[in-house]
Ligand binder design. Structure first.
Ligand code: GDP
Length: 314
C-alpha cells in the first residue's frame, strides 16, 4: 500500500486530499501543528510538529519515507501576510527547502508536490501560464515564489518535485478569513435574520475561483506523472467580488443585496492583483485535468452548506 505524507492535513485542501487518498486505499500520514484542535480526517495518522522546525520535518520524512509527499502547510492568506511578513517567509517559504533536502538525503523515492499559488505572478496580464514571469507583489506571493524556485532547483538535481500553481479554490471548508466564505456565511446569516449587514473591502477585485476538490485531484495527478513538472491550475474565468456577492445572496433567497453590504477601507489591500486568470492548458494536456464545477454551482454549494449549518444548529 502506498504511503502519503500531507503537511497541512487539517486545512481545506488537506482534508479533501486525505479523503481522496484514503478512499484509494493509500496509507495517509499528516502533519499538524502542536496543540492543534483542528479536526483531522478519521483514518489519518497524525504527527505533531511546528512547520518551522526543519529538523522535525526532516526526521519525519526520513522515518516515513513516503511514496507521495504533499506540501500544503503554511500561512495561506495574502491579507494576513501583510500583517506578518517574517512569519509568512518562515512558514510558507523555508519549509519547502527543509522537505526537499530531506527527500534528497533520506528518501529518494519520494515524489513531492508543492502547493504553489497564482500570487507568484503578481500583476501579470491575464491569462497566466507556466511561462509567465514570476513577479510577486505580496509577502505571501514572495514566500510562495521562494518555494517554487526551490522545487525547480531540486528537480534539476533529480528529485521528483513539482509545483501545482493553484488559483483560488473554495469550498464549504474555506476559512472565513477568505472573502468567499465570509460572503456565504454572511448571506446565510442575513437570510435567516441573524445579522443585517456584512462589511467587505474592494468589490471590484476579481479572482479565478474554482472548486477545491478539483485542485486536490490535480495535485494527486501531478505526483503520479513519470516526469515531474509545474502546472498552472485554475478555471480561466475571472469574477469580481461583487459577482460573488450577487450570486451568494441570490442563492440565499435575497434579491436585493445592496442594503446588506457595507464597504470599509480597512479591508482593501495595499496591492491587489486584478487579473489572476489561469491558462491551464498544460494541466489539461499532461494531467488530463479540467475543472468540474462552474462558478454559479460553486457559490450555491457554499451557501447551501452555510444555510444547512445554521438550520441544523437551531
Ligand atoms: P486571496 O487574497 O486571493 O488569498 O483571497 P481572499 O479571499 O482573501 O481575497 C480575494 C479578493 O477579495 C482580494 O482581492 C480582496 O481584496 C477582496 N476582498 C474584498 N473584500 C474582502 C474582505 O472583506 N475580506 C477578504 N479576505 N478579501 C476581500
Amino acid at each position: 500500500m502506498p504511503l502519503a505524507f500531507i503537511t497541512g492535513v487539517t486545512g481545506q485542501d488537506g482534508t479533501y486530499l486525505a479523503r481522496a487518498l484514503l478512499a484509494e486505499g493509500v496509507e495517509v500520514h499528516g502533519l499538524v501543528r502542536p496543540g492543534s484542535v483542528a479536526i483531522v480526517e478519521p483514518g489519518v495518522t497524525v504527527h505533531e510538529a511546528d512547520i518551522r522546525d526543519s529538523g522535525a520535518l526532516q526526521g519525519l520524512v526520513a522515518d516515513l519515507k513516503p511514496d507521495e509527499l504533499y506540501h500544503l502547510a503554511g500561512q495561506s492568506s495574502v491579507g494576513a501576510s501583510w500583517e506578518d511578513p517574517v512569519g509568512t517567509v518562515e512558514q510558507t517559504g523555508a519549509p519547502v527547502a527543509a522537505l526537499l533536502q530531506a527527500v534528497e538525503r533520506h528518501s529518494r523515492q519520494t515524489r513531492l508536490v508543492n502547493a504553489s499559488s497564482a500570487e507568484i505572478f503578481g500583476v501579470a496580464p491575464a491569462p497566466q501560464n507556466e511561462s509567465t514571469p514570476i513577479a510577486p507583489v505580496s509577502p505571501y506571493g514572495a514566500a510562495k515564489a521562494l518555494g517554487y524556485f526551490l522545487v525547480s532547483s531540486f528537480r534539476e538535481r533529480g528529485v521528483h518535485a513539482s509545483s501545482a500553481i493553484l488559483y483560488n479554490h473554495e469550498s464549504p471548508l474555506r476559512p472565513e478569513r477568505f472573502v468567499t466564505r465570509k460572503i456565504t456565511v454572511a448571506a446565510a446569516r442575513i437570510a435567516r435574520g441573524l445579522q443585517e449587514t456584512v462589511t467587505l473591502g474592494n468589490l471590484d477585485a476579481s479572482r479565478d475561483w474554482g472548486w477545491a476538490p478539483d485542485y486536490v485531484d490535480a495535485m494527486r495527478s501531478a505526483v503520479r506523472q513519470p516526469t515531474p513538472g509545474d502546472h498552472v491550475i485554475g478555471t480561466g474565468e475571472l469574477h469580481t467580488v461583487r459577482d460573488f456577492v450577487v450570486a451568494a445572496f441570490a442563492a440565499a433567497g435575497i434579491d436585493d443585496w445592496q442594503p446588506h453590504v457595507v464597504t470599509d477601507d480597512t479591508f482593501f489591500r495595499p496591492v491587489d492583483p486584478a487579473t489572476q486568470a489561469a491558462d491551464a492548458s498544460r494541466a489539461r494536456d499532461r494531467l488530463g485535468w479540467a475543472p468540474t464545477i462552474a462558478f454559479p454551482e460553486l457559490v450555491e454549494r457554499m451557501v447551501r452548506s452555510d444555510l444547512a449549518r445554521i438550520d441544523e444548529s437551531v
